[in-house]
Design a protein around this ligand. Sequence first.
Ligand SMILES: [Fe+2]
Length: 163
Amino acid sequence: MKWNFIHDLQRIYAYMDCLEENTIERDYPLIWERIHATSCAQIGRMLAEMRGVDTELAAITCALHDMGRWVSGRQNDHAPKGEEPVRRFLMEGTMDDDTREQIVQAVINHSKKDQVGSELEEIVKDADILDCYWYGEKIAKVHHAARLQRTLKDLGIHSLREG
Ligand SMILES: [Fe+2]
């Protein structure tokens, strides 16, 4: 078992438990944030395995990608707002500076879904879209739909239903 990652998820859930005490208005409830963080991590692993990227790096990056929204409660600008809390979260780990920076940059850039970034950033963007799609969110933006179709095709899934 990958206990390091499981312990990271435990820290993420504990972090969200603390956020439950804030009664700020939220665009998405924290239960969704927990589910999305967890399933994005697993989708990220799958994409990373396909693309020859470190699966555990992909998993933790995907798990943390919406941290800005966990904290602010709001979708608006949540990607760059994730920088500071993600840096703080990663300070407790043992990873090297370069790896930490790759994660932080992927979090900051994950909403730029009309652009192509690093391999890690692309995994986060694609995992994000796939997870939202599979949980029934309407994938309305044209570049989101294009990314979804491309990723499904890469996975050998051709039956694109109505979002
Ligand atoms: Fe996001």
